[in-house]
Design a protein around this ligand. Structure first.
Ligand code: NVA
Length: 314
């Protein structure tokens, strides 16, 4: 059966543990995986802006012996010029895997249903699972590594403050629950996570020994945690609402006062791009606690591990 990485919980706790461990190995030996030798092509398609995702997938695929076929989704017009299903059938016959950044999660899932090759979610409006894995591996590097057995980050805690309804909030809920973490979202009442995702994260957490919670008080969310994360208040596709999306979130800014409520050894995560003075202050982003550049690099290592896993399972 073809395996995909459409949602964070497409990997079980044991599989996520395996992928994160492999990412740490590939970080030490960049050329240890030859899973795409041939070179086999991987289509990497962007319907939204990108920097880290394009660089890390293109670099990673090449390092694995493959060929990164980077496509501008606007030229292909997927779902407009041609249906998602037709595109899936055309590309799926030629490449080894498909990586897609797009808007609707349903479109990504349709691509996976129809293409006969692994499909990887490189960000949708709903989820950003590759970033989730990069963040987990970064937390592991700073909190004593991965658990010897069981969920990868059992007992570690992470708070996300900001837009609780966006892709990063959803990804932290699901990926953190799979990893057995204590995940806390600090967000205004009007920006709660999707109920279906929260319920799914609660269900996963019951099995992994983790926990998830949503707070309207940002200090309550952050209190004592090992990692504090935030993200832009204006996600890609919401640019025309930028003005209205500032006031509700001001209280949730990741600044030195809020960070002081976390563990004294807490790390700061941000998927980037960061808007200094909005969701995070410049001093926090540039502080000793901030590991955002390491986190960005870890995209490379985890995505290679995911590709190797999916290609190996297929
Ligand atoms: N929530 C952000 C994440 C960027 C990597 C967005 O979707 O624009």
């Amino acid at each position: 059966m073809t395996r995909h990485f459409r949602t964070d919980d497409d990997l079980t706790s044991a599989e996520q543990h395996r992928v994160l461990s492999r990412a740490l190995e590939l970080k030490v030996d960049r050329f240890a995986s030859t899973a795409l030798a041939g070179p086999e092509s991987v289509a990497v398609i962007f319907d939204k802006p990108t920097l880290r995702t394009q660089v890390s997938f293109a670099t990673g695929i090449a390092e694995m012996g493959g060929y990164p076929l980077v496509l501008d989704g606007r030229l292909a017009g997927i779902g407009r010029r041609e249906s998602v299903a037709d595109v899936a059938r055309v590309i799926g016959r030629q490449v080894r895997a498909i990586v897609w950044r797009t808007f609707a999660q349903a479109d990504l899932e349709e691509m996976a249903d129809v293409a006969q090759v692994p499909v990887i979610n490189a960000l949708t409006d709903q989820l950003h699972p590759c970033q989730g894995l990069a963040d987990l591996v970064t937390v592991a590097e700073h909190t004593g590594g991965l658990a010897a057995d069981g969920p990868a980050l059992a007992g570690r805690s992470l708070a996300y403050v900001g837009d609780g309804s966006n892709n990063m909030a959803h990804t932290y809920l699901l990926a953190g629950a799979v990893a057995g973490m204590d995940v806390r979202i600090g967000t205004p009442p009007a920006f709660q996570p999707e109920a279906r995702i929260l319920a799914r994260a609660e269900q996963i957490a019951r099995g992994s020994g983790g926990s998830v919670s949503v707070h309207t008080d940002p200090v309550a969310a952050v209190r004592g945690v090992d990692a504090v994360a935030t993200d832009t208040w204006v996600s890609m596709g919401q640019e025309d609402q930028a003005d209205q999306r500032e006031a509700p979130f001001r209280r949730y800014q990741l600044n030195a006062d809020l960070l002081a409520a976390a563990s004294p050894s807490a790390i700061v995560l941000h998927c980037l791009p960061a808007y200094r003075g909005k969701e995070i202050t410049a001093d926090v982003l540039e502080s000793e606690a901030s590991v955002v550049w390491q986190e960005a690099e870890n995209r490379l290592h985890v995505q290679k591990a995911v590709l190797e896993f999916l290609v190996g399972e297929a």
